[in-house]
Design a protein around this ligand. Structure first.
Ligand code: JCZ
Length: 227
């Protein structure tokens, strides 16, 4: 999979060179590139912002650098999905990660300030698939951190990025329930004991206990997932 990100802070994406995603890049399972939006300006001050029509607080990202940046990353690709990270988008979840993991080319457009001129979204939609996606119902200073979280959630689903043992962990969200609590050695620690059933060797009883824990935990902290 090819993944591009456009941002005025491309250094944010350095974390993707670490750990499993760094190895996935070395193994050519993903080709990631971060692009500096300011490289697509032409004035001395490399301006990317301007005041909003109709008034209001703060600045918006002007369309021209975005148009040139998008043309540049779209050109040699053909079909791509452009993702605008925004608190005004549909909320990201595991199902969307699974869908996006089937794509050949993703482009993350990361805004700053009060956001991007709407015509940039409309232009991108005239050239490719577009999705406006929120990482969650809270406000960040820009789209970069949201994009990084989404890239990690998507890339770990690609074949070969994660070993078999770890890939089972996705069950946590793919069965619609939260994960059950887990324990390792020692069996007793600072007065807290590992539940007896986990030491029993009774695999049917362990599976039943874990499922029950998942259901109870989900009811308690995420009842919305049970609807
Ligand atoms: C651009 N502020 C882009 C996304 N889920 C979420 N929260 N906040 C964002 C976000 C905030 C932004 C921009 C300026 C995304």
């Amino acid at each position: 999979m090819r993944i591009d990100a456009i941002s005025i802070f491309p250094e944010y994406f350095g974390v993707l060179d670490i750990s499993l995603l760094g190895k996935a890049q070395t193994k050519k399972l993903i080709a990631f590139e971060a692009h500096d939006l300011r490289n697509y300006t032409h004035d001395k001050h490399r301006t990317v912002d301007d005041s909003p029509y109709g008034g209001g607080a703060g600045m918006l990202m002007k369309p021209e650098p975005w148009g040139e940046a998008l043309d540049s990353v779209l050109s040699d690709a053909g079909e791509a999905t452009v993702i605008f990270t925004s608190p005004a988008g549909e909320v990201f979840n595991q199902k969307m990660a699974r869908e996006l993991a089937t794509e050949k080319h993703l482009i993350f457009a990361c805004g700053r300030y009060e956001g991007i001129d709407q015509r940039v979204v409309d232009y991108a939609a005239s050239k490719s698939n577009v999705r406006v996606i929120s990482m969650g119902d809270y406000v960040l200073n820009g789209g970069e951190v949201a994009a990084i979280a989404m890239i990690e959630a998507i890339a770990r689903l690609l074949p070969g990025v994660i070993g078999n043992a770890e890939s089972l962990v996705e069950e946590s969200h793919s069965d619609g329930l939260l994960e059950y609590p887990s324990f390792t050695k020692p069996p007793s620690w600072r007065g807290f004991d590992v539940p007896e059933v986990l030491l029993s060797g009774n695999h049917a009883a362990i599976a039943q206990w874990r499922k029950q824990q998942q259901i109870e935990r989900t009811k308690r902290v995420r009842p919305d997932l049970l609807d």
